[in-house]
Design a protein around this ligand. Structure first.
Ligand SMILES: CC(C)(COP(=O)(O)OP(=O)(O)OC[C@H]1O[C@@H](n2cnc3c(N)ncnc32)[C@H](O)[C@@H]1OP(=O)(O)O)[C@@H](O)C(=O)NCCC(=O)NCCS
Length: 152
């Protein structure tokens, strides 16, 4: 059972999802010339809609308007039997911030994970993202791991 008004994403959310997803990507500089390609957007949407993919989307809806989204990926974890949840994206529409949307999305993912036997959620954020860190420090524990990336 999901927390209301957070729910799993469905096919009818496509247009509003795409706007929120573009705004989230723009937050990370992926806009204009460096925006995600149509192929990536289509592929991601297709995976979110495919029950066989370990990729899940959640939205916060108010009066038919989507005010926020979160995506996560379940994957194996070699020190646990159960899968682990990686929350890849969390975004609240700018005009809806500070009203509990982000916190509700996190809580919704928690409920969803529990219902699937997944008892660990982790995510990344940038050290300077003070707003997100205020929420994250309240909800989770800072692992103090650094993330490295190696483009191949
Ligand atoms: C981070 C983000 C998702 C928070 O969403 P939100 O819906 O505004 O968050 P909430 O209203 O649920 O607030 C949760 C907590 O965050 C903190 N917070 C939220 N907005 C804040 C602000 N403008 N200034 C300071 N703290 C703030 C508060 O501690 C708040 O706790 P409270 O509920 O006790 O007041 C949102 O600001 C966002 O989308 N930012 C841009 C994208 C981003 O940074 N995503 C996360 C990347 S990892």
């Amino acid at each position: 059972m999901m927390l209301q008004p957070v729910r799993e994403i469905t096919g009818k959310d496509r247009d509003q999802w795409e706007l929120l997803w573009a705004a989230y990507n723009a937050f990370y500089g992926r806009d204009g010339a460096s925006a995600l390609s149509g192929t990536v957007v289509e592929t991601t949407w297709g995976r979110l809609m495919n029950a066989d993919e370990p990729v899940f989307g959640f939205v916060f809806e108010n009066e038919a308007r989507l005010l926020g989204l979160a995506h996560c990926v379940f994957h194996r974890n070699l020190i646990h039997v159960a899968n682990t949840c990686y929350m890849q994206d969390l975004f609240t529409a700018p005009e809806a911030r500070g009203k509990g949307v982000g916190r509700a999305l996190l809580a919704g993912i928690r409920v969803f994970c529990k219902s699937r036997g997944v008892d660990n959620i982790y995510w990344h954020t940038q050290t300077h993202n003070a707003t997100a860190r205020k929420l994250y420090d309240d909800v989770g524990q800072n692992t103090e791991f650094l993330v490295y990336r190696w483009a191949i």
